[in-house]
Design a protein around this ligand. Structure first.
Ligand code: MBD
Ligand code: FE
Length: 311
């Protein structure tokens, strides 16, 4: 179709009516956003001459995406979650709130409710033949470089199949396997004794992978470990590190890799005395630098639906 209708009065009136922007009732912010997003969609349909068949393909896709419970996974895969980070980074820079450990996306697989241990916890509950022992440790510091006492470090990661507990399609993992939380003492130190993760892959027959296939993209992440780090007077940090040497390190389908978040992996011995499953183990030291509250507030706290469980 070569005709364009977007700018017509009829279509502009339709957008105003559908979003109800001129009404006294309803949520004004919501109306504004719906007007804009719906308008952008209408305009794209006009500009690109998106056919009715294509529109219905999209509508049906959304139904399937929700059925699969993959909307947040798709948000990561389409770079939307990364985009929110880019915006927060820019805001931090503009107000001088930068300088801490870089943030990177949370992803959709956090589970709230892990028991908080003092300083150190072993988080591998289930045996995993294909995973070797890994110790992750470091210090939580403030912007002044001093240790933060009473900081909470939460960590979660995948097993040797790339599956996370609570979301494992094989049902093989116990609740909170490879998930944990520790509270730092006056030295600011934390430690997780665990097993080496492998990168995650999107469910091969899910809606996210289906869309990625059409785009000619893969749906895999390099091996990584997620963290939330919080402490009194500091903003809560959401970050991850990648496991050095993973071939996908700069080819993450969720775009979470950052130069500063690839710590060295060091070979060590003495694991037996630490209660690890082998004497030889991998050691990763990763220190966190938190940033202070902005005018007394945590301006980077993100509210989103999260899974939760009890221990
Ligand atoms: C993950 O483990 C993850 O971290 C992200 C961002 C998306 C899917 C799975
Ligand atoms: Fe992850």
């Amino acid at each position: 179709m070569s005709v364009k209708v977007f700018q017509t009065q009829e279509v502009q009136d339709l957008l105003k009516a559908a979003s109800n922007v001129e009404a006294k009732n309803g949520n004004a912010r919501f109306q504004q956003i719906v007007l804009r997003l719906l308008g952008d969609l209408f305009k794209a349909i006009d500009d690109l001459d998106i056919t009715p068949d294509e529109v219905w393909t999209g509508i049906n896709y959304l139904n399937k995406l929700g059925q699969d419970g993959e909307a947040a996974l798709l948000a990561a895969g389409l770079g939307l979650e990364k985009y929110l980070d880019i915006r927060m980074d820019a805001e931090d820079k503009a107000i001088g709130a930068d300088g801490g450990t870089p943030r990177t996306i949370e992803g959709p697989l956090y589970v709230a409710g892990a028991k908080v241990h003092d300083g150190l916890v072993k988080i591998d509950i289930n045996p995993d033949e294909d995973a070797g022992p890994l110790v992750i440790h470091g210090t939580v510091k403030g912007a002044d470089g001093k240790p933060v006492a009473g900081a909470i470090v939460e960590c979660w990661h995948a097993n040797s199949k790339g599956f996370y507990s609570h979301f494992d399609p094989t049902g093989a993992q116990s609740d909170f396997n490879l998930r944990g939380a520790v509270k730092t003492g006056t030295d600011g130190k934390y430690e997780f004794r665990t097993l080496m993760p492998v990168g995650y892959g999107c469910p091969p027959h899910g809606s996210t992978q289906k869309l990625l296939n059409v785009l000619g993209r893969h749906g895999n992440r390099p091996a990584h470990v997620h963290f939330f780090v919080s402490g009194d007077g500091h903003r809560k940090l959401t970050t991850q590190f990648n496991i050095e040497g993973d071939p996908l390190i700069w080819d993450d389908f969720a775009y979470a890799t950052r130069e500063e978040l690839i710590p060295p992996v060091v070979d060590k011995t003495g694991g037996a005395s630490l209660g690890l499953k082998a004497d030889a183990y991998k050691d990763i030291e990763f220190n966190f630098t938190l940033t202070p509250l902005v005018q007394g507030k945590d301006n980077q706290l993100v509210s989103r639906l999260r899974a939760a469980a009890t221990v």
